[in-house]
Design a protein around this ligand. Structure first.
Ligand code: AMP
Length: 193
């Protein structure tokens, strides 16, 4: 199985690159942000609770997203592998993911981090906000809060995978194809080992 964690701050291009990865390697895309937005549009209780936090730019509780991922892994037992996008976002989530995969006889192949500087992120998120209608992309204060959450809670997750020898980073600025080539080079290096 090829199980990738696509990592990087909001606006780094994880969603765009995930789409290309699932096509090329026939993987299942698991974006906790997309699953949560699905809950909101279906008007579920979970969605209503999550919306308040998402609109404020703060993380939803670990148990909520871990439960969602566990359900998706169970629902896709025959998958070739997964692209985890926007998950894990805390060390607890990373530990839980390792455990969930271990219980299925699988593991994370590697984390690939997309590196994009702060100024470029702000610019990308504001322009995405105008097009996507995502409320958390349209407000500069909420964007700053999301980047703050990323720096304090999510950035340490990179060390979790570094300590397992599973971390690679690539430049997240360039054309979609250039960045995708960088990602596939990393994936090919897994197979070479
Ligand atoms: P995203 O689409 O990945 O940018 O996520 C949008 C929002 O959903 C985030 O700002 C969080 O409020 C929430 N969210 C998504 N994934 C997670 C996660 N793994 N842990 C906690 N909150 C999450």
């Amino acid at each position: 199985m090829l199980n990738l964690v696509l990592f990087g701050p909001p606006g780094a291009g994880k969603g765009t690159q995930s789409q290309k990865l699932i096509e090329q390697y026939k993987l299942v895309h698991l974006s906790t942000g997309d699953i949560l937005r699905g809950e909101i549009s279906n008007g579920t209780e979970l969605g209503l609770e999550a919306k308040k936090l998402m609109d404020a730019g703060v993380l939803v509780p670990d148990e909520v997203v871990i439960g969602m991922i566990s359900n998706k892994l169970d629902a896709n037992r025959d998958a070739n592998g997964f692209v985890f996008d926007g998950f894990p976002r805390t060390i607890s989530q990373a530990e839980a993911l390792d455990e969930l995969l271990r219980s299925k006889g699988s593991a994370i192949s590697g984390m690939i981090a997309l590196e994009v500087d702060h100024e470029e992120l702000q610019k990308r998120l504001l322009s995405r906000g105008k097009e996507s209608g995502r409320p958390d992309d349209a407000n500069p204060e909420v964007i700053s809060k999301r980047i703050e959450e990323y720096n304090s809670k999510t950035a340490p997750v990179a060390n979790f995978y570094k300590s397992q020898g599973k971390y690679s980073s690539i430049n997240g600025i360039g054309s979609i194809e250039e960045i995708f080539n960088g990602i596939t080079d990393v994936i090919n290096s897994y197979k070479a080992v």
